[in-house]
Write a protein that binds this ligand. Structure first.
Ligand SMILES: *Cc1c(COP(=O)(O)O)cnc(C)c1O
Length: 383
């Protein structure tokens, strides 16, 4: 691949070379745990599969290229990747994050890492003054998520990176909701791009995986060290499926974004809907920032109902044909979810109401089916 290859070409070619022994155009699945050595210490660069696996190496080079990074590191899940990043912190260090963080990230931080003496602060990151007021010297990591789940708020990544330019804190962006097709955090000044690759990167709801990209050599060294030392690695079959999924990322995500735009237009001013959350709407508070830092507005959309009860939401959820009731997102098929009783059930009601996550809030992950069928499905369920 040429150095100046464009994003859509990188998806298909970055890191991928025909297999030198057979010419196989697809990266083989090296389903092996160990590698034969000619003599002790004399080998082809591979000793043991926790440390190195050729299928995984290709994937790691691929994600690095997609995020414009020097290094890519793969983990067995998004949360295993977060777990590893948190291990780079020391007791007394603090992490600053957003107050509507992905629930699983929040849980790992508060329930596991607080007891190791790491402190966590959660602020409204759309308010830069609030963020600034919390920015002490002990903050070593800033964890941004944008767009956020499920309220689809947009956080100004470049503005925050600029704000902490002369501060020791590293900035990591959970880029799961956008995918590298829509947003590249390193280009906006972040140190780390983080993905639950389970979602858009895999794209077919058949793999759980985490991918991290960085150009910071010291950080990369720590992350590779922990990948091997703690061993939360993905298997070669999963790496193969991830590489296959990534090849169509641009086609899938663009189509899903187009479908989401049509859906938003169809739901705007619907008599049963109270608030419609989609960053592509001109009156969305993060619209201009999204326009500046994303290629399109994503394929996640949420809304709540004028009849603001769980029962009213349940009625809608029970009536869809193509939108399957399930957690997760980012697959080719459309999903519908009820955050208050599903992904965010462990968050106290008063807390979730503060960020606008009401009882009737419904979240859609728009897939790549025919948009007319998807719109009919939701409009029918709302009737
Ligand atoms: C799903 C998700 C995660 C966790 O990733 P897993 O692959 O499920 O471990 C982290 N952040 C966001 C935004 C997610 O949607």
């Amino acid at each position: 691949m040429k150095k100046n290859a464009r994003f859509n070409t990188k998806l298909i070619h970055a890191g991928v070379e025909p297999d030198p022994t057979t010419g196989a155009i697809m990266t083989p699945i090296y389903q092996t745990s160990t590698y034969v050595q000619e003599a002790p210490g004399v080998h082809k660069g591979y000793e043991y599969a926790r440390t190195q696996n050729p299928t995984r190496n290709v994937l790691q080079q691929n994600i690095a290229a997609l995020e414009g990074a020097r290094f890519g590191i793969a983990y067995s899940s998004g949360l295993a990747a977060l777990d590893t990043i948190l291990k780079t912190l020391s007791p007394g260090d603090e992490l600053l994050s957003t107050n509507d963080l992905y629930g699983g990230s929040y849980r790992l931080m508060r329930k596991q890492y607080e007891k190791y003496g790491i402190k966590f602060k959660f602020v409204d990151m759309t308010n830069l003054d609030e963020l600034k007021s919390q920015l002490t010297e002990s903050i070593k990591l800033i964890w941004i998520e944008s767009p956020t789940n499920p309220m689809l708020r947009i956080i100004d990544i470049a503005a925050i990176c600029n704000l902490v330019k002369n501060h020791p804190a590293k900035v990591c962006v959970d880029n799961t909701f956008a995918s590298p097709y829509l947003q590249n955090p390193l280009n906006l000044g972040a140190d780390l791009a983080y993905h639950s690759a389970t979602k858009y990167l895999g794209g077919h709801s058949d793999v759980v995986m985490g991918l991290v990209a960085t150009s910071d050599e010291q950080l990369a060294e720590q992350l590779y060290f922990l990948q091997n030392a703690a061993g939360a690695v993905p298997g070669p079959q999963d790496c193969f499926l991830m590489l296959r999924g990534i090849k169509t990322l641009h086609v899938r995500v663009q189509r899903a974004c187009d479908n989401a735009r049509q859906m938003a237009l169809a739901l705007q001013n619907h008599p049963k809907i109270n608030n419609l959350y989609y960053p592509g709407l001109l009156d969305h508070p993060g619209h201009d920032i999204a326009r500046a830092q994303m290629r399109d507005f994503g394929a996640m959309l949420s809304f709540d109902l004028k009849e603001n009860t769980m029962a009213a939401a349940n009625e809608v959820l029970s009536k869809t044909q193509y939108f399957s009731l399930a957690e997760s997102l980012g697959g080719v098929e459309s999903l519908i979810g009820h955050p208050a009783s599903m992904t965010h059930a462990s968050i106290p009601k008063a807390e979730r109401l503060k960020v606008g996550l009401s009882d009737s809030l419904i979240r859609l992950s728009i897939g790549i089916e025919d948009e007319a069928d998807l719109i009919e499905d939701i409009l029918g369920a709302l009737e």
